[in-house]
Ligand binder design. Structure first.
Ligand code: GLN
Length: 240
């Protein structure tokens, strides 16, 4: 089996080591005998999302999100939109997550009009939402992460949240939701990076990518003893 990953703007959107998500996906597939190839799709580079099984985009500061806007609108927006609506697997973190929505109005009044691939918008406030946090997905997976954002995201009717908050702010600190989920697209505020801390979430993405391409997926369980111990420690210290 072969899985191809497109890493969007790896040199611009890589806060708190978001690239670690690519490393985790790759390693968890390689040990299971799956071949993995990752292409960096950065500014000035066009891509066809049909060539990829997983799309990944990390987070960034308001500055980078603004700088990227022109490039995004030169065709990447259409490819990302197509991938999302055709059920391709996509993981988007924080600033990258915000870019899938309609717009992001920064705390200092700049309006960044995004691709509107998904039904939500984001508005920033000066007071940032920062800290270790956790949320629960509908599969029962408890995701641990770290959030640091000024943007408050409000979901529309066309999408569902990725999870319900256990501790922390999540989308906006008001409605108890975190992230977005639509077909096989997952958006979250969770840096950290998120997948090394949450192997079940990583395997969910891998399964969906394999199902899409090969019809069904039966992932061999891995030994996640170290990850489990680290998770238990974080839960004890910061969450519960
Ligand atoms: N710049 C965005 C915000 O502050 C996203 C931040 C991030 O990716 N951590 O909301």
């Amino acid at each position: 089996m072969i899985i191809r990953i497109a890493h969007l703007y790896p040199d611009m959107l890589n806060l708190y080591g978001d690239r670690g998500n690519i490393i985790t996906l790759t390693e968890r597939m390689k040990v299971r005998g799956i071949e993995v190839y990752t292409d960096a799709v950065t500014m000035g580079k066009s891509f066809n999302s049909d060539d990829y099984d997983i799309l990944f985009i990390g987070g960034g500061q308001d500055f980078e999100q603004d700088v990227l806007l022109d490039d995004l609108k030169k065709g990447k927006d259409k490819e990302i939109n197509k991938a999302i609506h055709s059920g391709r697997v996509m993981l988007a973190i924080c600033g990258g997550y915000q870019m899938l929505g309609k717009y992001y109005k920064t705390y200092d009044g700049k309006l960044l009009e995004y691709m509107g691939a998904l039904d939500f918008y984001t508005e920033g406030k000066e007071e940032r939402m920062i800290g270790n946090y956790a949320f629960k997905m509908k599969e029962g997976i408890e995701v641990i992460g770290f959030e640091n954002h000024s943007g408050r995201t409000y979901l529309g009717k066309g999408v569902e949240p990725l999870g319900k908050m256990i501790k922390g702010y999540g989308n906006n600190g008001e409605d108890g939701t975190e992230g977005v989920r639509f077909l096989n697209t997952f958006g979250t505020y969770s840096h950290g990076p998120v997948l090394p801390k949450n192997p079940e979430f990583a395997d969910l993405l891998i399964s969906k990518a394999i199902e899409n391409k090969y019809g069904k997926s039966e992932l061999v369980p891995l030994n996640d003893l170290l990850e489990s111990k680290a998770r238990a420690q974080v839960m004890k210290l910061y969450i519960k």
